[in-house]
Design a protein around this ligand. Sequence first.
Ligand code: HEC
Length: 136
Amino acid sequence: MKRLLLIPMVIATLSYAEGYKQVDRILDMQNMAKAMEEIQTGFFYNNLDMVKDGVKVLKETIVNIRPIDSEVNNKDIYEKWINNSLKMTNKIKKKITRKAVDIEDRFKVGDAVQALQAYSKITQQCMKCHIQIRKW
Ligand code: HEC
């Protein structure tokens, strides 16, 4: 009886220890790509609600982005590398969040030029990470 109770507990603990998996990150990435599309469509249709919605999803999702567990657990070889990558990741995340806020603020007051500029800054940040540390 005791053993039967223990098994689900162990499973629950194991899955909790696996905080951020590759499938989670891929889903987050796809959500951010969709959010960027929605923002762009909002620009083209001059639709503030779409822009706002995309900005919201982007801001909520970017906070999740980090190395996945298998990368973090590979301490022997990757510790230094991951530390460097994490510093860069945190910088990029801050920038993306800041620029996302800019998009909404600028677009709201009718400054589409600045909103678009903030948008392209975000694209640059996405690509910066993809080029440099996509293979964490
Ligand atoms: C801190 C690094 C980092 C940042 C910032 C980042 N990405 Fe990614 N991206 C990755 C990594 C790593 C993968 C590979 C995911 C995997 O297979 O584990 C990826 C994969 C993707 C994919 C492919 C997902 C799939 O279906 O395989 C898309 C789309 C994507 N990113 C979009 C974005 C967008 C849009 C942004 C900016 C808003 C962004 N990424 C910012 C690291 C980053």
